[in-house]
Design a protein around this ligand. Structure first.
Ligand code: OKP
Ligand code: ZN
Length: 344
């Protein structure tokens, strides 16, 4: 299959992340994308193409305009306030401070738009996030125009980004933007399965009250893992969306055999839904040696996962999310895509 890639991802190159009581180099780093691209070249997976510019309309179809403007201006406003380093939230409108007013000053504004504090907004972050959504949209357009499948090598990732919140290394929700774009260009129903180790809280939130996008996610139980406050099995959708949100939270040390049972259940639900398009939020942090996650998938399991996904027989867009065992992320990613191509 074709891969969509641009080196503009390198504009997202933050220097710090808050992790386990200290500052560390961010797990979500430019090298991840380079290693995946190298593995694609080395295996001859398929052509690598540059993204087209889709502008902001597809972004504003799922994200709040004030939020997008905040992302665009945040790093500059931070510097203009006289603050050094990278923009980072240190205060939030928490459960007891729920007012509709959005602070004017950047220190409050970033807290309003943040859902976690590990992720900074560095110079270039917005431009990289914009390029990343164009990667997802270009891959989606390829499939809407007849390709069996395509891979959007997105960086930064997107699935934690909600309609008006960033965090968990995510700024714009690439998969959600892609799903909405598919709806707006002829797909009646879209299924979006999130295979990243972490629950796709942003994607869930964006489509929670809708039945035209079915969202399913297999992830570390939020009782034990980030994003901690969403991703429970009892979150099944609301209004028209009731029954169109499906979560499979799993405990520490889950092996592939157990994970695969959830995948099979999820694929049965997708087949029943009969969508025009499948979007896969492809995270590789389910890997046994991932530094921040707790599942036990092995490299060869990713090939089986790809084959299994192909069995649905649906036009399929893969969008990269997480995966932080940097040396192995190329092999694991391409194993999914090769497994899919073999079985497609
Ligand atoms: C982004 B994506 C681990 C803390 C993790 C943030 C994780 C963001 C994951 N102790 N904090 O879903 O891969
Ligand atoms: Zn993740």
């Amino acid at each position: 299959m074709k891969t969509v890639y641009t080196d503009k991802h390198k504009l997202r190159d933050a220097k710090i992340e808050i992790h386990e009581g200290g500052l560390v180099a961010p797990f979500e780093c430019p090298r991840r994308a380079e290693i995946i691209l190298e593995r694609i070249m080395e295996t001859g997976l398929g052509e690598v193409v540059a993204p087209d510019d889709f502008g902001l309309d597809p972004v504003l179809a799922v994200h709040d305009a004030g939020f997008v403007e905040f992302l665009r201006t945040c790093a500059d406003e931070w510097a203009a306030a006289g603050f050094g380093g990278e923009a980072i939230a240190n205060c939030w409108p928490t459960r007891t401070m729920n007012s509709p007013h959005i602070p004017r000053f950047i220190e409050g504004k970033i807290g309003y738009y943040a859902l976690a504090c590990e992720t900074t907004i560095s110079v270039g972050t917005y431009e990289a996030a914009v390029a990343s959504k164009d990667v997802a949209l270009t891959a989606t357009a390829l499939v809407m125009n007849g390709e069996r499948a395509a891979f959007g090598l997105c960086r930064p990732p997107g699935h934690h980004a909600a309609s008006d919140q960033f965090g968990g290394y995510c700024f714009l929700n690439n998969a959600a933007i892609a799903a909405q774009y598919a709806r707006d260009t002829g797909a009646q129903r879209v299924a979006l399965i999130d295979l990243d180790f972490h629950h796709g809280n942003g994607t869930q939130q964006i489509f929670y009250d809708r039945d035209d996008v079915l969202f399913l996610s297999i992830h570390g139980d939020p009782m034990d893992a980030f994003p901690h406050f969403l991703g429970h099995a009892d979150e099944t959708g609301t209004g028209a969306g009731q029954g169109f949100n499906v979560n499979y939270p799993l405990p520490p040390d889950t092996p592939y055999a157990v994970w695969k049972e959830c995948l099979d259940q999820a694929l049965a639900r997708i087949a029943d839904y009969a969508p025009d398009l499948l979007i896969v939020s492809l995270g590789l942090d389910t890997y046994e040696h991932d530094p921040i996650s707790f599942f036990k998938l092995q490299s060869e399991d990713y090939t089986d996962c790809g084959r299994t996904l192909a069995g649905l027989g649906l036009p399929t867009v893969f969008v990269l999310e997480g995966g932080y065992a940097v040396e192995e992320v190329g092999v694991n990613t391409v194993n999914v895509l090769q497994g899919f191509d073999e079985a497609a």
